[in-house]
Ligand binder design. Structure first.
Ligand code: G1P
Length: 276
């Protein structure tokens, strides 16, 4: 079945980015002249996604508004002959169907994804975390690679990247065996383990494609690490029932959820020219 929908969790308060995030959602901060959320949605659209489900908290409506036509502005640009500017905006407004669901309480990433259950329905879907930008070495969409792997192996798949041992405790970790170049069968996944508790350094890198069975697993997931509903715990159950693959990222992931990461992304991506 084709993957047409993507869920983008973007409900967090952005406390690592205060004070600006008290009024501007972190997803709207710019990286090379475009808000973070536009980079993320573009990656999804380049993977064939036609509907993006934004999981927001109250007060972050501007993230969705960014993709909605602003009639007054359009009229003004037309009147003043600013056609190129208008075309640029229209490309953003036409990018994808944008649906908003709300996460009322911050109960974890798994809970945020579960909030999108009704909007997704009974079909496979991608998940792109809204505070990470991915730049593939080949300038293509990494989500597209995951969607293709989902199609080839008929199995949910997570994007992974090797991390230094000292960073293992910051990520969801994938343990598995490589069966094809950069493609792995999962044996176990674990959220933010102590390095002594795993023999893998493959960290989830904020991109996933899931079968809809993930939602049933999420509904049965108890509060885990940090008393949150962990996406990783539901992924472990999916692995045990349907299997779970991973595809290794060839490229770079930018965590743009903190000031240093945002600055680093701006500087690094200025150097990368991907035909734009
Ligand atoms: C989340 C996930 C984690 C993943 C990470 C990637 O963690 O829980 O499994 O590796 O995103 O960015 P967070 O960064 O929200 O703590």
């Amino acid at each position: 079945m084709r993957v047409k929908k993507a869920v983008v969790p973007a409900a967090g308060f952005g406390t690592r980015m205060l004070p600006i995030t008290s009024v501007v959602p972190k997803e709207l901060l710019p990286v090379c002249g475009r808000p973070v959320i536009q980079h993320v949605v573009q990656e999804a659209v380049a993977a064939g996604i036609t509907e993006v489900i934004l999981v927001l908290s109250e007060g972050k409506e501007a993230v969705a508004d960014y993709f909605r036509p602003n009639k007054k502005l359009a009229e003004q640009l037309l009147r003043t002959g600013k056609h190129a500017e208008l075309q640029q905006l229209e490309r953003i407004w036409d990018m994808a169907k944008i649906t908003v669901v709300y996460q009322q309480e911050q109960l974890g990433l798994g809970h945020a994804v579960l909030c999108a259950k009704d909007a997704v329905g009974n079909e496979p879907f991608a998940v792109l975390l809204g505070d990470c930008i991915i730049q593939s070495d080949d300038c293509g969409s990494f989500t597209k690679k995951l969607v293709e792997a989902f199609g080839s192996y008929d199995r949910s798949v997570v994007g992974v990247e090797p991390v230094d041992e000292c960073l293992i405790q910051r990520y969801g970790i994938f343990e598995g065996a490589e069966f094809e170049d950069n493609v792995f069968h999962g044996k176990r996944v674990v959220e933010k383990p102590d390095p002594s508790q795993t023999d893998s350094n493959l960290a989830f890198c904020a991109r996933y494609v899931f079968s809809p069975a993930l939602f049933q697993q999420l509904e049965n997931t108890q509060h885990g690490l940090h008393n949150e509903i962990q996406l990783t715990d539901a992924m472990q159950k999916l692995l045990e029932t349907e299997g779970l693959n991973a595809v290794k990222l060839e490229g770079e992931r930018f965590d743009v959820g903190d000031p240093k990461g945002l600055l680093y992304a701006n500087l690094s991506m200025m150097e990368i020219h991907c035909g734009e």
